[in-house]
Design a protein around this ligand. Sequence first.
Ligand SMILES: O=C(O)CCC(=O)N[C@@H](CCC(=O)O)C(=O)O
Ligand SMILES: [Zn+2]
Length: 333
Amino acid sequence: MLDEWLASSLDADSVEPREGREGPEGKVPGGRYRLHAPGVLELLPDELAPEAQACVVSAGIHGNETAPIELVGAWLARLEAGQLRLGAPVLVILGNLEAIRQGVRFCTTNLNRLFQRDLDLEGDEPDRARELMAVVDAFFARHALPHVHYDMHTAIRDSRYPRFAVEPFADAKTDPAQWHGLAAAGMQAALHQHRHSWTFSHYSKHYHAAQAFTLELGKVRPFGENDLDALSGMRTLLEALLEGRQTPSGNLEEVRFFRVVTELMRQSQDFALCFSEETPNFTEFAVGTRLAHDGQAGDTVVEEAPVAVVFPNAQVELGARAALLVRACPPPK
Ligand SMILES: O=C(O)CCC(=O)N[C@@H](CCC(=O)O)C(=O)O
Ligand SMILES: [Zn+2]
C-alpha cells in the first residue's frame, strides 16, 4: 500500500481524505500509517523507540524538485519491505501536488512563501498552505516529543556546495546536535537566515519551536535523472529518525557556515541581475561589483566586504526575493 501512496497522491483523479475526514489506515513494520489529506501520510509506531522525535519530512513543496520525492519513495519502500522498523511518529508530506504533476516550481504562486497563520490570499496554493499548516499543527499537538522538520528541496542553479541547509530565522535555538547530524548527512554548507521568511521550515520553527531546516539536496532534475547515491547520508539520517534511533554525528569542519546579510528583492518589472543566469550558488563577488538593477530600487552594489550569491532568480514575482547575499561566518558553538 505504501509503495502506491506516492503514485496515487500524484493521480489527480484519486479521491483522498481531507483533514477532518480521516482516511484509510494500514499496517507497517512496527506500527501503522494513516492518510490525513492528499499527499499527507502519518506513520504511527506501536512503541516509541528510546530516541524517538516527532518528525515532519516534506518534499515537493516546489513541484519540479524531484530528488527529495524519489528519496522519500525509497525510504518508505525500505519500511514497507521490512528493512526498517518504525519507532517514531513521522508525518510525510508531498507539498504542491498539482505542480509536481505539471513538473513546475509552482502553478500560480510560490507555495514556500505562504506559511503564515494570518494568510488571507485565495487560490490553490494558499489553500494548500493552510491545509499543510493545519496538519503540521495537529501532528505536533498529538506528539509530546521533540519536534523536527526537514523540508527537502533542490536548487535551480549549480552550487559550489551542492547540498546545504538553510536555518530559518526564529526565536527557537538550533540544538548543536542538529549541525552534527546534518554534517553526517552530507551537508556541505549551512546558511543562517537573518529575518522571518514564511517558508515551510520557518513555520515549524517559529510556531512550534521545531528543529527545522530547508535542505537543498543537489540541483533540479526531472524524475529518473537524480543521483540518489549522492544523498546516501541523508537517507541514513531519515532512517535513523524513522526508527527512533540516535542520529549520526559528523564533523563540523566539513561544513562551511554562512549568514545572510541582505535579501535582494525584486521591486519592479524593470529588474535584472548583472551576472550570468548560470552563476553557481555561493559564487563570491568583490566590493564594487554591480549585482542587480531595479527600476525602482536602483542598483545593488557590493559594499564593505565581498558577498556570495545564493538562489539568484530574476524571474521571481514582484516583491519577492531575487537572491540572498551571504558572508562566511564561524561554525556555531
Ligand atoms: O534554487 C533556487 O533558487 C530555489 C531553491 C529553493 O526552492 N529554495 C528554497 C529556500 C527556502 C529558504 O530560504 O529556507 C525556496 O526558495 O523556497
Ligand atoms: Zn525548492
